[in-house]
Design a protein around this ligand. Structure first.
Ligand SMILES: Nc1ncnc2c1ncn2[C@@H]1O[C@H](COP(=O)(O)OP(=O)(O)O)[C@@H](O)[C@H]1O
Ligand SMILES: [Mg+2]
Length: 310
């Protein structure tokens, strides 16, 4: 079931003072996202990720296009009770403590006092904010601590979908790991996560499906392994072998690319059908097979060099 449907979403910002002109930050974005997935929205700085989330959260209005969340138009305010949002630069009420801030957020959703208290404590523990700081004013928090409070805030209404804008930003490696585990746990609970990042590794390890945004345009969308194989052609295979050398082997495999590497010879073929040929040639050349695997492209290559990029 699709829980997010985005259709032709477009946003122009007006910039300049004397001579106003329009800058297209998001250009005709269409996407749909299944329930229970971690969806990764990847793009360099300025690609339009935050703009997309702000449009979905109804913080800014589209120049064109529409979107539905949980089957309701994004203009439907009652739907917003069922979703959570971590902004890129969360604005916090500086003089509230972490606990007070969460209590305040819970009040917005009309939760009774006892429930608010329980949720605030559960969530602060869940985002691993040091318990000794729960009653410290937010103005004394580091960026990483604020990020944890922001995450807790996005979950205060036990949302079905959580929108996270750069959830790992400001965190050290241990913090990134903890937030990563938390996001994975949200999926295990059946929640849908829509997360933005400009950091490939964060998306790569967590997300089921990924969209790559380039200068406001959707450049790629799909499951990670699907995306990686796309540009290399569907069936390219890599055979690693030892026990022989490139010259000897190439006599039996004249038309195939053979490259010596520190791990042995790397033989790349266009499809699985050619593997038997490679095996036969290896046997003749006295070589041994080490591994056979599909050729995949790292997401990084895809991210940097996408065919449809403008
Ligand atoms: N309020 C604004 N006014 C004018 N231009 C904006 C505004 N917000 C964002 N932009 C521009 O829109 C583009 C997309 O920005 P943004 O959505 O923040 O990208 P990302 O989150 O992927 O880094 C950028 O070129 C940015 O400069
Ligand atoms: Mg952003």
């Amino acid at each position: 079931m699709k829980v997010i449907e985005i259709k032709n979403l477009t946003k122009d910002y007006e910039v300049g003072f004397w001579r106003k002109r329009k800058v297209r930050a998001l250009d005709d974005l269409s996407l749909s996202i299944d329930r229970g997935q971690i969806f990764g929205f990847l793009g360099a700085n300025g690609a339009g990720k935050t703009t997309t989330l702000k449009l979905l959260m109804r913080l800014i209005f589209p120049t064109n296009g529409a979107a539905q969340i949980l089957g309701r138009d994004i203009q439907d305010v009652s739907m917003h009770e069922r979703i959570g949002y971590l902004p890129e630069n969360p604005y916090f009420y500086d003089y509230l403590t972490a606990r007070e801030f969460l209590d305040y957020c819970a009040q917005i959703f009309g939760l009774p006092a006892t429930e608010r208290k329980k949720r605030a404590a559960d969530l602060l523990a869940r985002v691993k904010l040091d318990e000794r700081r729960w009653d410290t004013q937010l103005r004394k928090f580091s960026k990483g601590m604020l990020q944890r409070v922001g995450l807790a805030q996005s979950l205060i209404n036990d949302p079905e979908i959580v929108f996270l804008d750069e959830p790992m930003s400001g965190l050290d490696p241990v913090g990134r790991r903890e937030v990563r585990d938390l996001i994975a746990a949200l999926r295990d609970e059946g929640k849908t996560v829509f997360m933005c990042s400009h950091i490939l590794s964060d998306i790569e390890v967590l997300c089921d499906r990924v969209a790559i945004l380039k200068r406001g345009r959707l450049a790629q969308v799909g499951y990670l392994d699907e995306l990686r194989r796309k540009t290399e052609g569907p069936n390219r295979m890599e055979v690693m072998a030892t026990g022989t050398d490139a010259r000897k082997l190439s006599r039996h495999l004249p038309k195939t690319e053979i490259a010596p590497t520190p791990r042995g010879l790397r033989i790349e073929v266009a499809s699985e059908d050619q593997i038997d040929e490679v095996l036969a040639a290896l046997r003749k050349a006295g070589g041994k097979i080490v591994s056979v695997q599909p050729v995949t492209q790292s997401l990084e290559e895809l991210f940097i060099d996408t065919p449809k990029a403008n």
